[in-house]
Write a protein that binds this ligand. Structure first.
Ligand code: NDP
Length: 486
């Protein structure tokens, strides 16, 4: 069975689909053909109000449940997702254009991992006992209340679950707004959570663009905002949240370095560079788009990279499991990527392979590799968010680290070398939140994920996320009398 891309209604509020045709129309386009596959409506102020009202009511009772019961709901949702992985993956492919080959293993499954992990953790969330001589104190770990989630369009299912799972495990409710470009799969998560036993109103999905996002962020009932998006939007949303003294998690963009030393295994380094630049047609925040290659290995690296790209790329219908390169998410995104490629060529970078719009319907761009890239070029400074790799060369470790860190971003970084002492030294010098040694872009739920500098703050996944969806209440307990000066 596959899902009809046209959902029963645009929003999922209080455990049910909800429509308000008064909202602006929201067409959903299949990026591989440019065809409209569904039509939704953006949330009106009434829909937003209903979502917050439902979330507030659900949260009070949910927070009172024992953690083991909350966890059971999340784990049941994880099982339902795994059982429907193919249908969910096909819908994600229609929504984003990402190859089914990828969505089958990286989207719904990643959501299930998050629900399973935080479902398991829910029963372990406690405060602590603090001995103070005759007296003592204890802390109570409390939920924040209603959390707002705002998602980007590259991993719609994963982003919704990476926010919902820790939020709900801690006893919060959520109002989630997917990107207007990819509104379909968050609705399925809401459906599945409801089926798994989540009380009506615990996880609500409302559709819309930036204005709806702003209405959610500024609603006085929102205690926390978790955004996955661009640094530009992040700065704006962080400032809005600050006015209400709200908690925030900001998962923003990057321009991450992948540093490859002479002694690295060339085949593995090429694999990592391919994964870290072309998976999801390059639309991944943590991609290692500045590939720093040490002089001695440059020729071998480029030879293998271009050979593997020439023979291995299968661009085509993303619903065909043989396809490994799909379209970009939208015509607008394709235009932006082609603009970066054009300016890089004019600016003196050398395009060694790819870089053209594919001669077929939809928003396909051939994966591109630039050499002769210098640190000051736009292509080496700005996030392209498309299948574009920049190869830069370096002489020694100190130079590589300095140049790798010379960016406003700090989401991720990777190093390839056979010398493990050097690998750890380089990683400790990287100014980035998530690092890899001899691999790239693996983000298991057990490992905290997030950035520093303009790439954001807070961490998703792992126990670290609990700190961002709960707060501590401290209680001092006097066991004797009270002394006073008079
Ligand atoms: P945007 O920043 O454009 O949007 C992110 C979300 O915020 C969307 O839901 C968007 O709505 C919403 N939004 C936009 N403006 C406002 C506003 N003024 N107030 C409240 N909400 C608003 O990002 P994209 O969707 O274009 O995603 C690409 C970006 O996301 C890239 O920069 C990428 O690096 C980053 N990203 C970061 C990740 C991380 O974990 N660090 C992971 C994935 C992506 P709408 O889209 O409907 O306009």
């Amino acid at each position: 069975m596959s899902y009809d891309p046209q959902p029963a209604a645009s929003h999922h509020v209080s455990g049910e689909y909800l429509e308000d045709a008064g909202g602006e129309a929201l067409p959903v386009i299949y990026p591989a053909t440019g065809e409209e596959i569904a039509r939704l409506h953006m949330a009106t102020p009434e829909v937003i109000d209903r979502a917050f009202t439902a979330a507030e009511a659900a949260q009070r009772d949910w927070a009172r449940l024992p953690g083991v019961e909350r966890g059971r709901v999340l784990r049941r949702a994880a099982d339902l997702i795994r059982a429907r992985n193919r249908e969910l993956s096909e819908l994600e492919t229609r929504d984003t254009g990402k190859p089914l080959q990828e969505t089958l293993v990286a989207d719904a499954t990643s959501a299930a991992d998050a629900l399973e992990y935080f479902g398991g953790l829910a029963a372990t969330l406690t405060g602590e006992h603090i001995p103070l001589g005759a007296d003592w104190a204890y802390t109570i770990r409390e939920p924040l209340g209603v959390c707002v989630g705002l998602g980007a369009w590259n991993y719609p299912t994963q982003i919704a679950a990476w926010k919902a799972a820790p939020a709900l495990a801690c006893g919060n409710a959520m109002v989630f707004k997917p990107s207007e470009t990819t509104p379909l799969c968050a609705l399925k998560l809401a459906e599945i959570l409801t089926e798994a036993g989540a009380p009506a109103g615990l996880f609500n999905v409302v559709q819309g663009a930036g204005a709806v996002g702003e209405a959610l962020v500024t609603d006085p009932r929102a205690a926390k905002v978790s955004l996955t998006g661009s640094a530009r939007t992040g700065k704006h949303v962080y400032a809005l949240a600050a006015r209400g003294m709200k908690h925030v998690t900001m998962e923003l963009g990057g321009k991450s370095p992948l540093v490859i030393f002479d002694d690295a295994d060339v085949e593995n380094a090429v694999s990592a560079a391919i994964n870290g630049n072309f998976y999801s047609s390059g639309q991944i925040c943590s991609n290692g788009t500045r590939v720093f290659v040490q002089k001695g290995i440059e020729a071998a690296f480029l030879a293998r990279l271009t050979a593997r790209m020439s023979s291995g790329i299968v661009m085509g219908d993303p619903l065909d499991e043989a396809t490994n390169i799909g379209p970009l998410v939208s015509e607008r995104q394709m235009g932006q990527v082609l603009g970066f490629i054009d300016r890089a060529k004019k600016g003196g970078a050398r395009l060694v392979i790819g870089g053209a719009r594919a001669d077929r319907p939809g928003w396909f761009v051939e994966p591109a590799v630039f050499t002769d890239v210098t640190d000051g070029m736009e292509i080496a400074r700005e996030e392209v968010f498309g299948p574009v790799m920049s190869v830069l060369t370096f002489e020694d470790e100190a130079e590589a680290v300095t140049r790798a860190n010379a960016t406003e971003y700090g989401l991720a970084a990777g190093v390839f070398t056979a010398d493990l002492a050097r690998a750890h030294r380089v990683v400790s010098a990287f100014r980035a939140g998530t690092c890899w040694i001899n691999t790239y872009n693996l983000t298991p739920v057990e490992m905290p994920f997030g950035g520093v500098k303009a790439s954001g703050l807070g961490r998703e996944n792992a126990r670290a996320a609990i700190e961002h969806y709960s707060q501590l209440k401290s209680v001092y307990v006097a066991m004797g009398g009270v002394d006073a000066p008079f």
